[in-house]
Design a protein around this ligand. Structure first.
Ligand SMILES: NC(=O)c1ccc[n+]([C@@H]2O[C@H](COP(=O)([O-])OP(=O)(O)OC[C@H]3O[C@@H](n4cnc5c(N)ncnc54)[C@H](OP(=O)(O)O)[C@@H]3O)[C@@H](O)[C@H]2O)c1
Length: 369
């Protein structure tokens, strides 16, 4: 299967801001070579490579997606086009027998999700979806803290995606439209929904949501607040907004019946958590733990690591995502965030948008049988 110098060939469709980081990650992976790029205009594709500091000398540029899919030196297709093209492109890539990286949102409605699921299932190709925050050390630590029992049974989980996106964004012209962006959860906050599922380890069974609209230029509501009933009877909450006058933030809270994680603090009431004991077993090398106090002087443990605090794609852990996909292709196994796993996150987003459109009426999950 490897196509050039024993390496897997990568073709990238939609060469903009996000693609620049996909390309850079594949360039650093020792088993891949980027062989082809697809965009609507060759000069613009090459100009974008320069703009985003990507050096790719031996790459073919095509304006035909069919061409990309017909290329024998393309084993993996990376789809980084505007959102309204993802489903069609993913289905066609799977039908052409290509493994794929699919940017979020995977599909913009239930029909698109089903078409992606069926095409990938039928083709048996490997897929990975860019919920790449799962590779972020802070989220990995939060998930480990919960799975290893330090928090106890989850009683409440909240994740917020707060990112002020206006015309500074390269994708502003398409993301602000109903056709291309569709909703704040689909365009952006799906990262928070995915983090809530992954960090809490619980699946929402019911959602109810309200949305509102403040930021000019968008064709869809710019804030949504989502309540979730989780499968252990606990509650969850997601706020997804572009309306707030503050720097990008992705705060995570996990309240267990033993201890609580609130952003960079771990706290407790009846059963103290020993900072040294926790530090001894913490498996995440990029995370340090320090005894601390909260603003009220009460004992806590402070998490020292880079928090998920930037919307800039060059700060996102795409490398680990692409490395996992490549390892899974070479070893013949499924990735941890394939289109089937990502579908669960997308269904929650669609259910929340549906609830908000119905004025907050609860919607049950899953949406797709
Ligand atoms: N996972 C993450 O953290 C993350 C972060 C940022 C973005 N994303 C996702 O990545 C995708 C792209 O976002 P972006 O920020 O990179 O936007 P962008 O900078 O606008 O890039 C999109 C590119 O797609 C190209 N394009 C537009 N229409 C096309 C078409 N019909 N066929 C082929 N190419 C087309 C555009 O190039 P031309 O105009 O030259 O054709 C543009 O350069 C979106 O789905 C977004 O949700 C994910």
């Amino acid at each position: 299967m490897p196509t050039r110098d024993g390496k897997l060939g990568v073709g990238v469709s939609g060469v903009g801001w996000c693609a620049s980081q996909h390309i850079a990650a594949f360039q650093r992976n020792p088993h891949t070579v980027v062989t082809a790029l697809h965009g609507r205009d060759e000069a613009r594709v090459r100009a974008n490579l320069t703009k985003y500091g990507v050096s790719l000398t031996e790459v073919r540029v095509t304006t035909s997606y069919d061409d990309l899919l017909a290329s024998p030196d393309v084993d993996i297709v990376s789809i980084t086009t505007p959102n309204q093209f993802h489903a069609d492109q993913a289905v066609r890539a799977a039908q052409a027998g290509k493994h794929l990286v699919l940017e979020k949102p995977t599909g913009l409605d239930a029909g698109e999700l089903v078409r992606i699921r069926d095409a990938v299932r039928q083709a048996g190709v490997r897929t990975i979806v860019s919920f790449e925050l799962r590779y972020h050390p802070y989220l990995q630590f939060a998930t480990w803290l919960r799975t290893s029992g330090w928090l106890g049974e989850i009683r409440f989980a909240r994740v917020q995606y707060l990112s002020r996106v206006t015309d500074w964004y390269s994708g502003w012209d398409w993301v602000r439209t109903r056709e291309g962006g569709r909703s704040h959860l689909l365009a952006a906050g799906c990262h928070a929904v995915d983090a809530l599922r992954w960090c809490s380890g619980r699946e929402p069974e019911r959602v109810s949501a309200f949305h509102t609209h403040f930021t000019a230029g968008y064709e869809w509501p710019t804030s949504i607040a989502v309540n979730l009933v989780l499968d252990n009877g606990a509650l969850g909450h997601v706020t997804s907004s572009t309306d707030f006058m503050m720097p990008y933030a992705f705060p995570i809270e996990l309240m267990g019946d033993r201890a609580t994680l609130r952003h960079d603090l771990i706290q407790w009431l009846d059963t103290p958590v020993d900072p040294a004991g926790l530090a001894d077993v913490n498996p995440i090398a990029a995370v340090r733990l320090e005894p601390a106090t909260d603003s009220g002087g009460r004992p806590a443990i402070r998490i020292r690591t880079e928090m998920p605090g930037s919307a800039d794609v060059s700060h996102h852990p795409f490398q680990a995502e692409m490395d996992e996909l490549v390892a899974c292709i070479l070893e013949g196994r499924d990735t941890s965030i394939d289109v089937f796993e990502a579908q669960k996150t997308m269904e929650i987003c669609l259910a929340a948008d549906r609830s908000a459109a119905l004025g907050g009426q609860p919607v049950s999950l899953p949406l797709i049988a």
